[in-house]
Write a protein that binds this ligand. Sequence first.
Ligand SMILES: [Zn+2]
Length: 161
Amino acid sequence: MNFLKLLAEQFDRIRFLLYLFGLVLILTFRFQFKHIQSEFVPYVEDALKLTKTFTAEDLRYTTIKFRSLPEVEGDTYIGMCYPIVSIIHINPKFWYDSTDAEKVLLLRHELEHCVNFSLLHRSHKELDDGCPASAFEPYIPNVFCANDHYEYYMQEMDDNN
Ligand SMILES: [Zn+2]
């Protein structure tokens, strides 16, 4: 076997390995949120921009999907997390009736339960304008509070995790 042929074969092998490496990289990136319904992905990405308690990497095995949720004593559940299996159910009625800020806060709230294992809600306190002091109470702040204090709420969940 002459030297040039051997060299060409080695290059082929290297090129194959590079392709393989590239493919793995693309698949990893493509399927980063593979268990998250596509509707939620942009809002999860928005949440990650202002979140220090978990990263995109931590969401590899997290499922987020629509599911109609029960009404209990007059309160309708809008999101629910099953922590160990990391499954989040979102009530479609709430979702399609909400602003971007409300959607991101709801997902962040459920991800704090499911990914960061924060299980206990905070008790109710109010800001000067009457809005709740946290988005980690049992209720998500209403549309006005969510829009006005969006960054504050995201920061509060970083600070008090
Ligand atoms: Zn909760």
